[in-house]
Design a protein around this ligand. Structure first.
Ligand code: T4K
Length: 390
């Protein structure tokens, strides 16, 4: 443990950890079960194109989230693009700037203009009133993001979508196995998109899916992920290649059996951070609504103006200890290319986005992090704060 400023790596001491401590270390289920699936795949000689494991995986994702359809894809970004296409979005679509860049890029790649609306300062998700202000005659839809696995303002966004005749889709990349007002994520808007990237709560190496209760939409997306083929020689849509491979589905099936254990580990870590960081001036841990199902995959702290240490100094000091804390999703999509050049003044409307992006630090958690590790991470933060920014 770090007890004095002399123990800090930024002051010349050795790092608290010999090996880097990552945000987003993959959660991996039974390796033996995975190897068995891999053997079966080689036996069958069926590697891709809607194989039996992908079909089984889709059924499990749909059943788990109590939603009618799951269309598995090669990653979350392509899943977003296919959903955007299948929903017929065009012109402008309203999105938060405070999200991973893929949410905006998926629109841009479909020649649609992402229009950035501000978030709530506490929720970190789209502020419905800010969305309302960004609607123009060209607006065709809204993409809400369930950031950190905490649900967006689902009902308010749906009311706006209904009022203006807009499509509503949710980027649920962070929200696998989470609920909103007692209903599983996956059942809101026209459809919802999961990411199964290695760093996610639930991974398939790379992967993603769109889930929906809309039969026609699901069918269109199934064809679009396979070039638009309907039958062997008949193409009816301009599709792409968004298929999930069998080995990815195998990883998903294995990880299904580990979901409860991963939630438990994440929750234990979250509670340990909450205990260790309580009462530190200017540090607040983003809460989860304990009445909902949460995956606790992101431990997010905000460094307030009353904290004696600035956010960037905090990150620098943590990284010096080999604690690779992240400032997701700084500086906001509107400050990245091509959007920065396209809308140089977007920031004027995004006051909360700017503030939140400047405050957030995401700390390591997941199955590879234990309570002793968290005590050490917290001791670094505590000593830093006691020493101030000097
Ligand atoms: N929408 C939202 C809201 C998203 O957050 C994302 C993805 C998407 C859409 C798009 O879904 P995908 O197309 O990715 O399925 C990472 C991920 O690449 C990205 O999937 C994720 N969001 C984003 C939040 O985080 P980076 O650039 O931070 O990744 P990287 O390489 O820095 O990895 C993070 C940490 O994890 C590092 O410290 C290393 C560690 N790591 C990473 C990998 C890949 C491992 O320990 N093992 C690994 O295999 O973007």
């Amino acid at each position: 443990t770090i007890t004095t400023v002399q123990d800090l790596a930024i002051n010349g001491a050795g790092p608290a950890f010999d090996l880097p401590l990552h945000v987003g270390r993959p959660n991996i289920g039974s390796r033996d079960a995975f190897m068995k699936y891999a053997d079966d795949i080689f036996e069958r000689c069926w590697l891709s194109n809607n194989g039996p494991l992908v079909q089984e995986f889709e059924r499990r994702v749909a059943d788990y989230h109590r939603v009618k359809h799951c269309v598995a894809m090669c990653n979350g970004t392509i899943a977003l693009e296919i959903a955007i296409r299948a929903l017929g979005l065009s012109g402008e679509v309203i999105v938060p700037s405070y999200t991973f860049i893929a949410t905006a890029h998926a629109l841009h790649w479909q020649a649609i203009t992402p229009v950035f609306a501000d978030i709530g300062e506490r929720t970190h998700t789209l502020d419905p009133e800010a969305v309302r202000r960004m609607i123009t005659p060209r607006t065709s839809g809204i993409i809400g993001v369930h950031l950190w696995g905490r649900s967006a303002a689902v009902e308010a966004l749906q009311a706006i979508a209904d009022e203006f005749g807009l499509k509503l889709l949710f980027d649920a990349a962070h929200a696998f196995a989470c609920s909103h007002r007692g209903a599983m994520i996956g059942n809101f808007g026209d459809c919802e998109v999961f990411s199964f990237h290695a760093t996610k709560f639930f991974n398939t190496f790379e992967g993603g899916a769109v889930v929906t209760n809309d039969d026609a939409l699901a069918e269109a997306m199934r064809l679009m992920r396979n070039f638009g083929f309907s039958g062997l020689d008949n193409v009816i849509y301009p599709g792409t290649n968004g298929k999930m491979v069998e080995i990815a589905a195998a990883m998903g099936l294995v990880n299904f059996d580990a979901i409860d254990a991963v939630v438990e580990a994440n929750r234990r870590n979250y509670c340990a951070y909450r205990k260790e960081l309580a009462d530190l001036p200017g540090i607040s841990l983003l809460p989860f609504d304990e009445t909902e199902r949460n995956n606790y995959q992101y431990v997010v702290i905000e460094i307030g103006a009353d904290c004696p240490v600035g956010r960037d100094r905090m990150i620098e000091a943590l990284c010096a200890e080999n604690i690779l804390a992240r400032k997701y999703f700084w500086p906001g999509c509107h400050n990245m290319q091509p959007y920065r050049a396209l809308y140089p003044h977007a920031g004027l409307l995004l006051a909360n986005t700017r503030q939140v992006a400047d405050r957030v630090v995401v700390l390591p958690t997941g199955t590879s992090v234990d309570e002793a590790t968290i005590r050490t991470v917290a001791s670094v933060i505590r000593v830093l704060i006691a020493a101030g920014d000097a």
